[in-house]
Write a protein that binds this ligand. Sequence first.
Ligand code: SAM
Ligand code: SF4
Length: 441
Amino acid sequence: MKKIYLETFGCQMNVSDTERVATLLESNHFEITPNEESADIVLFNTCSVREKAEHKLYTRVGQVRNSKRKKPFIGVLGCVAQLEGETLFKKIPGIDFVLGTQAVGRVGGAIERVLDGQKNVSDLGVREENYDWTTTETQRHSPFVAFLPVIEGCNKFCTYCIVPFSRGREKSVPADVIVRQVLQLRRQGVREVHLIGQNVNSYRPQSEAGLENFSGATPFSRLLRAVAATGIERIKFNTSFPRDFHSDIICAINEYENLCNWVHLPVQSGSNQILRAMRRGHTIESYLQKIDKIKNSRRKISLTTDIIVGFPNETERDFLETVKLVEYCEYDSAYIFKYSERPGTPAAQISDEITMREKTNRFKKLETIQKHNQIKSLQSFVDQTVGVLAEKMSSKSSEHFSGHTTCHKVVNFISNRDVLGKIVNVKITESKSNSLFGIIC
Ligand code: SAM
Ligand code: SF4
């Protein structure tokens, strides 16, 4: 039986794609191995959102090629494969096949062709109509937490972003398929599902199937209610696109305890001028109205975001508006990125007057301010008792566990009994810079 080693770069969507690729390959009689050295085939599932992620592929292919062991076949999957296509064979010597973001369902066939001696195999085609979205328990990143794509692709074309080119147009998974999957996952012992998509709240399925009994202002808030009604213990969802964030999502969170109290709402910048240049489709005023509604919700909702610092020609004044916004929103946490030029996007055409040094200074400043918010948010949990899904046991001690709260805080805790896979009450005794620490009650 041929052995396959899979490595994933990038977002939850890529992790989820890898899980389905592994599921498929396992059912096609390949063995998935965690050990790169013993693999006959090495697959890289790639990310192209920032330049750094792309470079990782170049480094890793080189490492595999130059290692002293037997030479495995190398396949590149995902966003870089979709964007570069067959040019990758010239750019990175040693690659045997490339499979685009929607072609991953045909990975078994591509590998068979390579094993039969075909050179430079590539498939950048579209997804099959009957694509199977399920994953087996053995191939999920966690037995207790499952990622479930509900929408793929992106129609927004923010000027800095490569995703609409690498992942194609938005396409929603029918609600009845999603609900069936959640029920199946629940039967398999999954306690928490993450409904995922580049813009999960732009969900717009072609039919009503699965939503008939659920009301709501948007298809997404109806989907949330339909999934909540399955009774699965926890439902998280991300990423939410600000323009499409309807307040009915907050109503649904308030109605159903199993809809988790966490919203990830990427703002990208605090300056209307930059938001316009980014073509984000929201203004700071419209964004803040949504933030105020989230903050005034009956349930306390944790709030996280993404921010890009150093978009072309971002002025000091623009940056200070971002600082002001971050101070106002008091995000529980934030992913702050330095702008990375992506060839082929409209922003890459802008000639930029701002030096890299200045961008780095701004990045560091904002990081410090946000760190302060994060520490304050984590400290507010000390002495409280929170529900934690025990996802992992420490390899060092069978008394140390880690997991997440409903509001997606990482909690490390001590328990004198095995609680793996259970949702337990933990008394928080200490807050660290990125996580909480506590003892089981
Ligand atoms: N669709 C989501 C939204 O619009 O908020 C975000 C999905 S995107 C894959 C994840 C994050 O990557 C974005 O929120 C943005 O902050 C960051 N990102 C995308 N393109 C980038 C670029 N060219 N440079 C730096 N960060 C970038
Ligand atoms: Fe990229 Fe904008 Fe689409 Fe998000 S909404 S994936 S940032 S183009």
